[in-house]
Design a binder for this molecule. Structure first.
Ligand code: AVI
Length: 321
């Protein structure tokens, strides 16, 4: 068999893994956490007492739902409510119910990388809020950005859960620019930003004693074992979280606890990890207003109303194109 090079690898997952594990320092993208097991682990994370983000945004949406939805509906104009990375839709349902109450004329278009998540979401929305017209779309944000070009009606785009925090600033700006280009003068973009806070609170949210976040981080090893015919031994890695209060960046790593070799059959790739060598797997950016203002300026977006939860732990911004 010919040894693989980047150009002979077929899927983006294969190419990204090859690139990340032959680079120095090693890295993998957190977007690959989300297979069926990863989706479930993330659901479990959102229920954890330490993972304050979901609770804070939920409370914020509950408290401000009437005001937020009035702005979305702009006096009964029909619109598409497009949600990027919809997940289980628990928070969005607050808005969907409120929009129905306000008799808004809208369609709900949830977008997610996971078909499994979308199916569950569609079932639960149809059951719990039967008045909502729902049209799920499966794909990555960037694929969907292209599909969105065909949407002619007014758009209100939701990006909740501080999902933007999983992108480095440079990528976040690219992403926001991409969205802005698709926005008409009447369109809105609504984004959740987790805020800088006590560093210990952040570390606890990403390093829970029950080990759910550890399992979530290590799920990428399990996924490579299954999908790329690899032989990672998850117990030979330690989940490690850092938070830099200056930049607001939380980072997740998998640290090799000993010198070890791993073979990825499907890539025909043998790698060596030295003792205490790291694989960087995720960033979860925390924000302050200056940083959000800078991102908006760089992307050419205007800032509308800003909503804040009670203790300033979390904010949602309305942006205009
Ligand atoms: C999806 N995303 C916003 C989560 C976060 O907070 O970065 C993913 C996560 N990673 C560890 N815990 C939760």
């Amino acid at each position: 068999m010919q040894p693989h090079t980047l150009s002979t690898l077929k899927s983006p997952f294969e190419r990204d893994v090859y690139r990340g594990l032959t680079d120095y320092p090693k890295h993998l993208s957190s977007k690959y956490f989300y297979d069926k097991a990863g989706d479930q682990l993330f659901q479990d994370i959102m229920e954890m007492p330490e993972y304050y983000l979901t609770r804070c945004e939920f409370r914020l949406l509950e408290t401000n739902r009437a005001d937020i939805c009035r702005q979305f509906a702009k006096g009964r104009q029909p619109f598409n409510l497009i949600e990027l990375g919809a997940g289980d839709g628990k928070k969005t349902k607050i808005l969907l119910k409120e929009l129905l109450e306000q008799q808004a004329d809208f369609k709900y278009l949830p977008i997610d990388i996971s078909g499994n998540v979308l199916e569950q979401l569609q079932r639960s929305v149809e059951k719990e809020i039967p008045g909502v017209a729902i049209h799920p779309m499966e794909g990555t944000y960037f694929e969907i950005l292209e599909k969105l070009q065909d949407v002619k009606e007014r758009k209100v785009i939701l990006f909740l859960g501080s999902n933007i925090g999983n992108l480095l600033h440079k990528k976040a700006i690219e992403f926001l620019k991409g969205i802005r280009q698709l926005m008409g003068p009447e369109d809105l973009l609504f984004i959740g930003f987790d805020q800088k806070k006590d560093p210990q609170t952040i570390l606890d949210a990403y390093n829970d004693p029950a080990g759910i976040t550890e399992a979530f981080n290590k799920n990428i090893l399990v996924r490579m074992n299954r999908e790329l015919d690899a032989n990672f031994e998850p117990d030979n890695f330690k989940h490690w979280e850092t938070y830099d209060p200056e930049t607001g960046t939380a980072r997740s790593y998998l640290v090799s606890t000993k010198k070890q070799s791993v073979y990825l059959g499907k890539l025909d790739l043998q790698i060596t990890l030295e003792a205490w060598e790291s694989i960087h797997t995720e960033i979860s950016q925390k924000y302050d207003h200056r940083t959000v203002q800078w991102l908006a300026d760089e992307a050419g977006l205007g800032i509308g109303q800003v909503f804040e939860d009670l203790d300033g732990c979390y904010k949602n911004y309305i942006f205009t194109g």
